[in-house]
Design a protein around this ligand. Sequence first.
Ligand SMILES: Nc1ncnc2c1ncn2[C@@H]1O[C@H](COP(=O)(O)OP(=O)(O)OP(=O)(O)O)[C@@H](O)[C@H]1O
Ligand SMILES: [Mg+2]
Length: 237
Amino acid sequence: MKDHQPYVLVATGIGKSYRMPGHGLVRVLHQANIQVQSGEFVAVVGPSGSGKSTLLHILATLDQPDEGTVVYTVDNASFIVEDLSVDVVARLRNSEIGMVFQAHHLLPEFTVLENVMMPALIAGSSHADAYARAVALVERVGMAHRTEHSPQELSGGEQQRTAIARALINRPRFLFADEPTGNLDHLTAEAIMEMMTDLQRDHHLTCVIATHSRHVAERADRVVHLRDGHVLEGDSE
Ligand SMILES: Nc1ncnc2c1ncn2[C@@H]1O[C@H](COP(=O)(O)OP(=O)(O)OP(=O)(O)O)[C@@H](O)[C@H]1O
Ligand SMILES: [Mg+2]
């Protein structure tokens, strides 16, 4: 089914190193390549420290590689992220990219509904429009009963649901999630993943997640492994 979809996210020759005191330059990614089709759900797996978060941040335009290119294709137009100005990348990120972080970064002084509305307001939506979309999304992720609660009054799974709703408020085409079910019990993790795959299908999202969990990875269309800084296709351990 997905065989006929074009590639909408192509990262080529990605290199990333960090300078660590006492350890010199530590190479995390080296000549890493990944191609993602429109509407595809890709899981990136690999041991702790293998570079999953680093890769996800680079793909999501939140970090820049030392080498290589990340190319987005939106409405048949392709953009090399490294060639765009900071402002244009910020706009691309705000309108087309949703991101769910491992630490949810929900704003503690705002309610669930306000947290979900925030990216829409930042993007210039009217309050009424942001409100209507946020209400629908909060309901969609099963959080309607907690609309007026603050994040610290929520369970881990509820915070994760809220973060997913917030990531989707601007109707992005791309969704990145870093350990979306980290720290959750098995049943809650299953429920979150089922919701994410439903949302992905309904919104035709192109989705890349990083995960430790085999169960989570099994729900993806494709699993890639990070090993020695490379992206390896297939389900090899
Ligand atoms: N800002 C940074 N400065 C220095 N080193 C970093 C930085 N970010 C990541 N690293 C190093 O890069 C390597 C890869 O980190 P990364 O967070 O991408 O791994 P990961 O696969 O997501 O791990 P985990 O499964 O534990 O989340 C680690 O060895 C880490 O110490
Ligand atoms: Mg990580």
